[in-house]
Design a protein around this ligand. Structure first.
Ligand code: SAM
Length: 296
């Protein structure tokens, strides 16, 4: 009784201690940060996101041993911070939710309609796909599984996938290609057997994407706000799903115009289910729900 009473007395004290040291984000610092985030990566940070931003950046403050957001902002906006802190800060503010076989009808449409049409036009060859805003790799590896299956049934067909993201943290995960059993749950069993490697230590519950798929996917960091995407080739297909939802309409329009330049004539772009291009000044026509084609 005594012991548990002592613990009960201690807990609130500890909490007060922790709260005392959690820095709070003033309206002025929130304004500086939200403007900077919008300018740097296009992500909208309205007032309602203040608590979220504060919570996410508190971890950075702790890691840097800083006690206030003003100190953090002064560091971030100085030349040294710009060089060292920009990437970790953006890592904290991006939302990276993703899944294997997310919005699965897109993958059915791809194998049942898009790829057969592409084969009819090209006979054989290698299709190029860009997973733009690929997060931790679930989307490009899903594409790699689906396209490998298609290639096995269609001799002469090959593919290359590029995955890009602004966040170096998620790109590291994507390159490692290691996931938990529960993360790979949406992968159909026969594809799991074919393309996933179990850890030697079965109890770890981890799996890795096999080398034949890893070899098909390249990853690199790319910020959609950069002047130059550094891409020489035009692509057959772009997947840019659940990304532009974080941008305002003018930023969405500018980005889609740039994607359009990056697409071959007749190429397709797949958007997320809650994202529409209607009303944007970009010559892409709808061919399937949330799938658009470049016709000129
Ligand atoms: C919600 S995830 C979507 C992942 C995947 N496409 C899907 O649908 O499952 C959005 C991704 O967009 C990335 N992102 C946000 N702003 C970006 C920018 N300015 N340039 C490049 N990637 C960005 C984020 O880092 C994040 O990983």
């Amino acid at each position: 009784m005594y012991a548990s009473g002592a613990v009960a007395m201690e807990e609130p004290g500890r909490m007060e201690h922790a709260m005392e040291h959690a820095a709070s984000l003033s309206a002025r610092d929130f304004g500086r940060l939200s403007r900077f985030i919008y300018d740097t990566c296009g992500i909208k940070m309205p007032e309602v996101k203040k608590t979220m931003l504060e919570a996410r950046l508190q971890k950075r403050l702790r890691n840097l041993g800083m006690h206030s957001f003003t100190e953090y902002c002064d560091y971030l906006f100085a030349p040294e911070g710009m060089e060292k802190e920009l990437v970790p800060m953006l890592d904290m503010v991006t939302t990276n939710k993703t899944d294997f076989f997310r919005e699965p009808e897109h993958f059915n449409y791809l194998t049942q309609t898009v790829l057969p049409e592409w084969m009819k036009r090209h006979g054989a060859g290698s299709i190029s796909i860009w997973s733009a805003g690929c997060s931790s790799g679930e989307e490009p590896y899903t594409l790699a599984m689906v396209l490998s299956e298609y290639a096995a049934r269609n001799p002469g067909f090959d593919f290359r996938i590029l995955g890009t993201d602004i966040s170096t943290r998620v790109l590291e995960k994507a390159k490692n290609a290691i996931y938990t059993e529960s993360q790979v749950e949406p992968v159909p069993l026969e594809l799991k057997k074919k393309y996933l490697l179990r850890s030697k230590d079965r109890s770890s519950g981890m799996v890795r994407i096999g080398p034949e798929l890893r070899d098909k996917v390249r990853f690199r960091r790319l910020n959609f706000m950069d002047e130059d995407f550094g891409m020489r080739e035009q692509l057959d297909i772009i997947f840019c799903r659940n990304v532009i939802i974080y941008f305002d309409r003018p930023t969405q329009e500018r980005l889609l115009q740039r994607f359009h330049r990056q697409m071959k004539m007749g190429a397709l772009i797949f958007m997320g289910h809650s994202e529409t291009l209607s009303g944007l000044d970009v010559p892409l026509v709808s061919v399937y729900p949330t799938v658009y084609r470049k016709l000129r």
